[in-house]
Design a protein around this ligand. Structure first.
Ligand code: SF4
Length: 282
């Protein structure tokens, strides 16, 4: 029997919130996985704290509602405990670009085989509108009534520099493309990072700004690191430049969980050899 993918839990996101698009996209991703014969019993969805995090209440797969900034270490632990699972992280820009930034960088560096979607609405929505690391210079929010004096972080550039083996950007108003990016990220053996430009309808409603600037990366060689860096710098999350959507970079490297699995095998072999040695000595 095909499972009901959306739960009956009452949804409390604001009308017009981009999180609905991400939820719908993941629902379509799960349906596509089922169609390919994959069991959703082997999927785990992990979230942190923030508006994004409620998604684990709304989708009917195995889920873990973690704590602020710790989405990625929880997902890493799940993947290491059972490498056969498909582990997907939904995290926010406040969750993983601020509180949990070190975890994001080290997950990319280690190349742990998880897929991370950042619901990047560029504002703390749940706490009613403070600036985050990706808010633009001059952003006026609850904590910066005169406008923030900080330049935003460029997460695409950061992830490239951190060694992520799959780096992409999607947009909540381009749901078909986002679905393909998530499916690609899941199929990728290693750390897959997708920054999702998500509309916060209440505190940062910039859909016109995005919609007039986004374009799809088409003639771009995703295996060319230098070219990926150039594309990443085109829009710095602050300027009026065009905004590239799609896969910036992909390369194949052994994943952290594969390497740790080999360590476990080596340790078991060592233990067996010691036991055999001790038996022959007695
Ligand atoms: Fe969505 Fe923003 Fe409302 Fe949070 S505050 S539910 S991100 S529209």
């Amino acid at each position: 029997m095909t499972r009901q993918l959306v739960t009956d839990t009452q949804n409390t996101w604001c009308p017009g919130c981009g999180n609905f698009s991400i939820q719908h996209t993941l629902k379509n991703v799960f349906a596509a996985m089922e169609e390919e014969g994959k069991s959703l019993d082997d999927v785990v969805l992990v979230s942190g704290i923030g508006c994004h995090a409620k998604i684990v209440d709304y989708l009917n797969v195995n889920t873990f509602y973690s704590i602020h900034g710790r989405t990625i270490p929880v997902a890493t632990g799940i993947k290491l405990a059972n490498p056969n699972l498909t582990v997907i992280c939904c995290s926010g820009d406040g969750d993983s670009y601020a509180e949990g930034l070190d975890h994001l960088i080290f997950a990319a560096k280690r190349n742990i085989d998880i897929t991370v979607l950042i619901h990047n609405n560029r504002v703390y929505g749940l706490t009613t509108g403070q600036y985050t690391p990706t808010s633009p210079l001059g952003f006026k929010g609850k904590s910066t009534p005169s406008g923030t004096a900080e330049y935003p972080l460029n997460p695409i550039e950061l992830m490239l520099a951190s060694g992520a083996t799959y780096v992409a950007r999607g947009y909540t108003r381009k749901m078909d493309q986002l679905k393909n990016l998530v499916l690609e990220g899941i199929a990728h053996k290693g750390f897959a990072f997708i920054d999702v430009l998500q509309i916060c309808a209440t505190f940062f409603p910039v859909s016109d700004y995005y919609s007039s600037r986004v374009y799809e990366l088409s003639d771009h060689n995703r295996t060319d690191f230098e070219s990926a860096c150039t594309k990443a710098r085109e829009w710095d999350y602050n300027s009026d430049a065009k905004i590239a959507l799609g896969t910036f970079f992909e390369r194949s490297l052994p994943s952290f969980d594969e390497k740790m699995g080999q360590h476990r095998i080596n340790a078991a072999e060592r233990e067996r050899a010691i036991q055999e040695f001790l038996i022959t000595r007695t």
